[in-house]
Design a protein around this ligand. Sequence first.
Ligand SMILES: Cc1cc2nc3c(=O)[nH]c(=O)nc-3n(C[C@H](O)[C@H](O)[C@H](O)COP(=O)(O)OP(=O)(O)OC[C@H]3O[C@@H](n4cnc5c(N)ncnc54)[C@H](O)[C@@H]3O)c2cc1C
Length: 279
Amino acid sequence: MIDLDLLNDGVMVYSESNNLKADLVVGAFGLDEGMIRVMERLTPYRAPDCLSSIVTKIHPGEQVMASFGQYLHAFLLSSLRPVEFGAITPKGNHLSINIAGKEVEAIAMDRFLRLPAVKKVLPEISAQLLASLSYYKGRFPTGPARHFLLPRIIMIGDASGLNRPFKGKGINSAILTGVRAAEALARHGLTEKMLNDYRSKCADLIADLPYGRRLRWLTIIFTRLGLIDNILIEAEKEPALKRALFHIVSGQKPYRTIWKEECSLPLVIRLGFALLSRH
Ligand SMILES: Cc1cc2nc3c(=O)[nH]c(=O)nc-3n(C[C@H](O)[C@H](O)[C@H](O)COP(=O)(O)OP(=O)(O)OC[C@H]3O[C@@H](n4cnc5c(N)ncnc54)[C@H](O)[C@@H]3O)c2cc1C
């Protein structure tokens, strides 16, 4: 698809070789800059805020992968400013290494891979593989798009920005929003009710956004203040804090649920005192 025209009774969709009149357009274009420009020119839609990310992969061999285990290593580093977080994740036959920040570049990944804390986690063989790594650059949303539901155009997936704002799971959100949009459309047809139904089916994702955003800002502040190591030390003594950190990183529960299940005033006060006394 290269362009659209909004008509009184539909949307004209243009491809490079054809055109087609549609009753409804489902925007599943991810964060494609060309499509974002088209949508923003024609409609009140505004793309979500994003973090940029660089990913690379290391294939250290089956044996090394087996001894690495199923551990996801998350890094919050005050020493590498443009990087908000980094992660090393075992994915079947390889390790996926990614960093993310407002604007991260290849040089930040070079530095990340050479940090002592990162080298300690990577298998020894990685040192030989570093020079030949390929880097992939991408973006992911950190908040909802504005006006992602329009009378004849509805966004799903990254284009809607309805992701977990901190620890993505973007593929899950893309599938969920796609299925929910299809269900709403099948039930109500092209009506106002369909838009409302789609929005209310996504209420769980929408309600989680403010929690994720606050968590992201708290994490940035704690990282800059150098408090993350102390929080991890406290988590060894506080089972609720340990569970909360596990669910935040693994993405197994919505932030809202984690907050409701694990956070209490006494825990926050104990943690506050412990951090102040250590700092
Ligand atoms: C580096 C990186 C690593 C990630 N790792 C993970 C992970 O491990 N797990 C996870 O859950 N999520 C991960 N994500 C997020 C995940 O990839 C996205 O959230 C997810 O792919 C969004 O799906 P989508 O269908 O909305 O968009 P996309 O997957 O971006 O798909 C959009 C599609 O639309 C096509 N398109 C765009 N414009 C047009 C056009 N004009 N005409 C025709 N076609 C068009 C594109 O070619 C593309 O195929 C990662 C993201 C990045 C950047």
